[in-house]
Design a protein around this ligand. Structure first.
Ligand code: GLN
Length: 305
């Protein structure tokens, strides 16, 4: 497995000049695009890593999975009164459907949906920024995890589009807390820094029927873990979710920091990171790495496991 990961990274290295790092905020536009790392954690505890697997990066929308898990844990099924679990087929920051669908976001992994989730969590936790950070520390087994202040502040400064979505949802009665306060929480969650090795630990519960691998703690029921994996498979890569299912065939979640997490249910959590993005805002080289991995090993939830 170790040799396989290294050879796949070598094969995709020529692609490293392609794509563009996220440029919507200055704090992300300066990241070196030539970085590339991968980690894989088996449900048997075996950890494999190659390249820049221990370099922390901005997890961005990968945090939307942690926020969803937090909301499921206290709101349960009632969550779905506020948003759906349908793929959107639109860019992560699109607002076109929000107007037509009366302020009810399609799913928790587009920005509009993640903002509703952040609103739900804001009502539940006295310190939403810290409670999320602590959840991620617990799941990754890394007490050093912090939110990058410069990234969060920069997101807040350039918040117009996310703020517009929140106010539109408020106008439909689907946003209950102060918009600015919820945006601050959301941006701090996106600005959490973690490495591939941290994130494979952080996502081990989704490969392990809801149970965190290192602590044994039950994070979700097996049924809930299966449902989160289903939403990742259908919406985790926005308007490229179909392409990801076709090329990789695993539940996945990407972020504009260039990370992609994928889950092989019952077997592995995987995280690949390379900062340059394709037109859909997903790591260009990360997609290629996961495609090769799925091709070589034959892992796909669409084929016999
Ligand atoms: N912080 C980013 C935003 O709200 C997250 C987007 C992403 O990673 N796709 O625009």
């Amino acid at each position: 497995m170790q040799a396989l990961l290294e050879s796949i990274l070598d094969e995709v290295r020529p692609l490293l000049g392609q794509g563009h790092v996220a440029s919507y905020i200055p704090a992300l536009s300066g990241v070196d695009p030539h970085q590339l790392g991968i980690a894989m954690l088996g449900t048997d505890g075996a950890l494999y890593q190659a390249g820049d697997a221990e370099t922390p990066f901005s997890i961005q929308s990968i945090s939307k999975v942690f926020s969803l898990v937090q909301a499921i844990s206290h709101a349960g099924e009632s969550l779905w009164e506020r948003l759906g679990h349908e793929p959107s087929g639109q860019a992560f920051n699109s607002m076109v459907q929000l107007e037509f669908e009366k302020g009810r976001p399609r799913n928790p992994f587009i920005n509009a949906g993640a903002l509703v989730i952040a609103d739900i969590n804001q009502s539940r936790y006295a310190a939403p920024i810290l409670s999320m950070r602590d959840l991620v520390r617990r799941l990754t087994d890394n007490v050093q995890i912090i939110s990058d202040r410069a990234v969060a502040d920069s997101e807040y400064q350039y918040r117009a589009r996310n703020a517009a979505m929140a106010y539109l949802m408020q106008s439909f009665g689907n946003f209950h807390n102060d918009v600015d306060e919820v945006l601050k929480s959301y941006f701090h969650h996106c600005a959490l820094s973690a490495s591939c090795v941290d994130l494979v630990r952080g996502f081990s519960f989704l490969a392990n029927s809801g149970r965190c691998l290192h602590s044994g703690e039950s994070i979700l029921t097996p049924r809930q873990a299966q449902q989160v994996n289903a939403i990742m498979a259908t919406s985790g890569l926005y308007d490229e979710a179909g392409n990801f299912a076709y090329r990789v065939g695993l539940p996945g979640k990407s972020g504009v920091g260039g990370g992609i997490v994928a889950v092989v249910p019952g077997r592995y959590s995987i995280c690949v990171w390379s900062p340059a993005l394709n037109a859909s805002g997903n790591s260009l080289v990360g997609m290629a790495v996961l495609e090769k991995l799925s091709e070589r090993i034959g892992w796909s939830v669409f084929s016999p496991l």
